[in-house]
Design a protein around this ligand. Sequence first.
Ligand code: ADP
Ligand code: ASP
Ligand code: MG
Length: 488
Amino acid sequence: MSDQDPVTSTTQATPGGATLVMKFGGTSVGTPEAMAQVVEITRRTRRDWPRLVVIISALSGVTNLLLESASQAAFGQGSSFYNAEARLREMHYAIAEQLVSDLARRAQVKQDVGHLISDFLNLCQAIAVLGEATPRALDAVAALGERMSVRLLAAALDSAGVPAQYVEATQVIVTDRNFQNAHPDLATTQQRSRLVLGPILDLGRVPVVTGFIGATPEGITTTLGRGGSDYSAGILGAVLPADDVWIWTDVDGVMSADPRAVPTARTIPELTYREIAELAYFGAKVLHPKTIRPVIDAGIGLRICNTFNPDHPGTRLVADREATLNGDVKAVTAIHGQRLITIEGRGMLGVPGVAARTFGAVASTGTSVPLITQASSEQSICFAVPSSATDQVIAALEKAFSNELAQQDIDRIWATDEVVIITVVGAGMIHTPGIAGRVFTSLGSQNVNVIAIAQGSSEVSISLVVSATDADVAVRALHDLILARASS
Ligand code: ADP
Ligand code: ASP
Ligand code: MG
């Protein structure tokens, strides 16, 4: 299975009219007020898009609550999942009380949610007995969040006069068995989506689909990775195919920096596929990085907009085009909680396949490497890994290179203190004279020491590694540069 599995392109006419996929994130469905806003947006949008598929995440905070409870159960802390149970009931029932007016339907939804909460308790008890939470068990627990939220939204939509039907993506998105980070089989998912979603759309109803989850061909629940509901929207958008995918979140689209860290951040009205892919990859949480690929492959539109400011146009994705080659710095992102690992030794020049063996050893720990820096000599290799994986990665490297370490071809393998990867993104930036210089000058003027540099292969980004203590100053300095260039 691969990302390149064939999917029908939207150049083919969509039977029965244009199709829109809308995804609402956890922050858009966290409270009764937010959920009411989702209902209203769906009601209004359906007037223009009668074939409308809605994907939603778990209520804000619920996935964390579920996973923390399961982990604590594995450590024998039974009381935490009973506390979580009460919180889950309170959050979900409040939405049913306020947004499902028909009393019989309300009672039904509360009962359904109650059954899923009982499943949660049973799973946690089983985990507590076993004393371990396997990735498969954690996926079964995490999936409950979306399974509860779709039931609520479908009932709330019905109450508002929008005929809706909830759908568990385990019926639709078929994945491999890579629990917690499953990979979809797009060809099978396409068949299933037409089989399951097609008839609902044909009846004029809105399918409300769980984000984040899928299932193996045998039907075992998997998840697509944290924040993966965006990816669900990309997958379903590509396979249906939809004409457009709209990601509804809690900010006015993709911004020049994370508005939580930089209050002066501004919406970027248009971004190219490559720019948004780079931004997402380098830490802009607003979009899960895997969302882009299926959308590009299927050639469909993507928009990111704000549930709480629905008239704001947000950000639109546009095709990579010539005009952007004279681009500028558009945004700055940060990936926190990293460390740089260096393998160094003068004898490394003669060691065959060092890079392949290095990354083979890292991969064997299941760790992904967001950045590799180029050394001018072949005497060292340096790359970033999440701090939490450092000890495991170093142990794997020491094992892989035990002979070279004994013979001192490799002198040492070591990790820095915590660092942050800061990335500036903008198509064509690298070809625009003077920009890289300004990036470094603005950091230098704030006394930020750049530990390492890497240039994105797609030539739309430059990444800089700085110490964790310099990160906020660095992000703000680079954002000031963006604002200064925009106004000049
Ligand atoms: P959702 O629940 O809708 O999936 P997320 O919390 O996953 O929402 O993503 C939205 C958040 O992404 C915003 O609240 C914002 O803090 C963060 N974010 C990080 N970088 C950016 C950026 N460049 N532009 C917009 N938002 C960003
Ligand atoms: N609920 C899932 C999570 O918190 C998926 C998502 O929100 O996109 O990771
Ligand atoms: Mg998200």
